[in-house]
Design a binder for this molecule. Sequence first.
Ligand SMILES: C[S@@+](CC[C@H](N)C(=O)[O-])C[C@H]1O[C@@H](n2cnc3c(N)ncnc32)[C@H](O)[C@@H]1O
Length: 251
Amino acid sequence: MGKNKLERFAENDTFRHVVQPDLIEAREHDNEIKGTWNRWMFENNNPIVVELGCGKGEYTVALARENRNVNYIGVDIKGARIWRGARTVAEENLKNVAFLRTRIEFILRYFGKNEIDEIWITFPDPQLKTRRAKNRLTHSEFLNRYQQFLKPNAVVHLKTDSLFMHRYSKMVLMHNGIDILEASEDIYVNPEIDPILTIKTTYEKMFMSKGFPITYLKFRMKPNIKFTEPEYDNNELLQICLRDCPADTER
Ligand SMILES: C[S@@+](CC[C@H](N)C(=O)[O-])C[C@H]1O[C@@H](n2cnc3c(N)ncnc32)[C@H](O)[C@@H]1O
């Protein structure tokens, strides 16, 4: 029988590769792991890739299996989900994976300047409601946070089933003069799709089964810019980004 939530939380505590800080403490102080992931967690100087909102860590684990000389950190607030990935890492004895349980809003408490090489954002909630717009993981306030721990010119990947999220993110990037390296509103129509994009998470499988196209955006961060939002209110953004795709609002 599968483990219940409390058993998963308890097992997470036994894994050296799961960092579960005190969430109240994180609001006030930097965590001691900040700036020391390579030295303390991975014991090497390999590049570090972070997956934000990793859920069960499927992308993190799949990428880590393929690239043993790269370190991966899956970040999510839900400990029971992280447990699934952490358990697989323990079973397969993968040395290049760690998980961090935190709200991404507090990410600067855990990662230091230039500590991270790349970000994956996989199937984030598009947060369609106006009052939740700031929770979008590509909102300018999040991009400003990412910039503070990413190496200059680092690459960010966004894979999502939400055409709104894809188009909104593109607008934010273009508004801020960011180089978009790749953009697709339906990755599986490309017969030469990069195998890295064919890793399927729990949410991807679920959304594909409902007929949503899977989109992808890849962009390069620019050092020293202060990201701002495009000058539209949320209703205008919804109208622009949801043109020809009302299905997004029915999720
Ligand atoms: C729709 S799920 C996608 C999970 C996984 N990436 C997948 O594709 O299966 C979004 C995930 O992001 C996490 N998440 C959303 N907002 C977050 C935040 N602000 N901080 C930490 N985790 C967050 C949720 O807990 C959830 O596991």
